[in-house]
Design a protein around this ligand. Sequence first.
Ligand code: GAL
Length: 686
Amino acid sequence: MTAFPRRPSRDDSALHYGADYNPEQWPRETWREDIALMQEAGVTVVTLAVFSWARIQPTEDTWDFTWLDEIIDMLSKAGIDVDLATSTASPPAWLTMKHPEVLPVTYDGHILWQGGRQHWRPTSPLFRQYALEVTRRLAERYGHNPAVVAWHVNNELGGANVFDYSDDAAAAFRAWLRGHYDDLEDLNAAWGTSFWSQHYARWEEILPPRQAGAQNNPGQVLDFQRFSGDALRDHLAAETAILHELSPGVPVTTNLMLAANYQSIDYSAWARDTDFISNDHYLLPGEGGIEELAFSASATSAIADGEPWWLMEHATSAVNWRTVNPAKRPGQLRRDSLTHLGHGADAICFFQWRASAAGGERFHSAMVPHAGRHSRVFREVTALGRELRSLREVAGSPSLPARCALVFDYETWLLFQGDSMPDNRIEYREELVRWYRVFADLGLRVDVVCPQNDLARYDFLAAPLLHLVPSTLAARLREAVESGTHLVTTYFSGIADEHARVYLGGYPGALRGLLGVRVDEMRPLLDGTTLMVDGGGTMANGLAGSWCEPVEIVSPEVEVLRTYSDCQDTLKAGLQPGTPAVTRRTLGRGSAAYVSTRLEHSALSDLLAELIARAGITADLPTPLAGEVIASVRRGDQADYWTLTNRGRVDLGPADDVAALLGGTVLGGAHTLGLDDAIVVRVPRR
Ligand code: GAL
């Protein structure tokens, strides 16, 4: 990170608070009301011009900045800062009518037409030219405007158009491949193109993995996913270069999508592409949503390398794009915001300021709902604005790493999108969130990290379903274990290299040596098959399913922690009762455990509790908080700031009593830690 936006102009705050603001959807009278309401709500920053290209450049030869000049001036006079978007997310109709060749093409060959948004090819040289022109004009005009505290490149790069299969994409893909492989034979070998007569004799024969009559080549698909992410990064870099040139000192960001509803990009590669990290997150409604939110917020913190980041978008209440869009309950808007803050967010922003009256998002919640200021949501929005001002001392403090981490590998996630796996039911991210929940149940903080992060800093590392393990990662995991990290991984880990090629000689491939076990056959199980694992009297028994394996022990340091029990389904699965199900090997100062089946919740919880206890780690939280809250910690100069989010099962009573359990005091004036609450506790550092 080279720069972070300066503190808000409103001098009574240090945390930024605001929303996407789309004044172009409203008449001038509404603008005046908007500014008054923003002041009432404590808004410090708004993101302008995200989808304003057609308004700024109504025809190819005309430009209109008057409205933008006017609203920036009004905001600035009111002390409200601007995060100015480059407007390139949604090209105007004149452009795509004149140049339909900038429109993206789907996997099955359909064109994504105008009339929605994000209808542009990341690799179109023509689109790039137009997009950079609008970026340049904006940067020239506003690059030195003191109201602009940050630049916002495009919007959610790679939403609808992440995978473009057009001819432009084909040409750029070939160029990308030439840069990544020594020669064509190197590529043929990596992709295994001897299979199904897929050999390439000339670079020109290579296409994006378009819809074919049978499964696409997995190596090709994986490279295309990487290429597609890089194509967007290239667009980001091109806009950023202009902004840096014409608006020096004003930090640049782009809003990432680390959330459950997106699965397209390896964001771990984007960590150094912008001056600061920002993220969009939308709560999963129903049970477990808050843990998923914390998981995503922690993953964002890892991309930001523990430094503060911005929550660029979340919702005050319902979204509009699920089958059913439940409203948030009273308090949840605050709870969600503070949970992000606890994981490092120094800006709490929403999509959007005022709920649209027309257009595809007219039923999406906002800070000012259709009902206007006399509404529950606006009251909660205003209360949160006040509370954030009283939390100002948290701003700027980095996240304090936990002792435990969960490894989330984006490339494994991408690869699981494909078919032809032994078990196509595997939901990698959901499975990791399930593990996250178990850590929370045990009263432990856990960081969600990516393989590029410093893994050896953690005392305990969980890496379930870590399918794609290049030899370099296998070596780093081994080093971490030898130097004292306690690792646990599962079935279907270590199987493939960076080209999705299977390691030979037995599973779990690249991790076989480290784990000291060998498996000659994967055994996914049909739904309804229930296995028992046996802890041998001293350790807990438990239920398992989905997968099992005939695990063979190959290293003398391996201890068996669970075996497959003698039950009907074990025999049906073709396993001998007594076969090792979970093992643990000591190595150097650490250990490496292997779980060959999918343990049900309580069995997983029992196992992790045992492994963590043996690693000498105790709960981060005292009773009665352990299990009932998600905790995150930011390290200030004088104090640690603990954010405690109630997981919604038990009312934890007066906030002061809760804070006292941690030896701290409540910051921000919260009274209770009820079911939909979160509190921030200031714990002085001794
Ligand atoms: C985001 C997007 C916003 C808005 C929001 C609705 O993906 O960046 O512009 O559409 O979703 O939830």
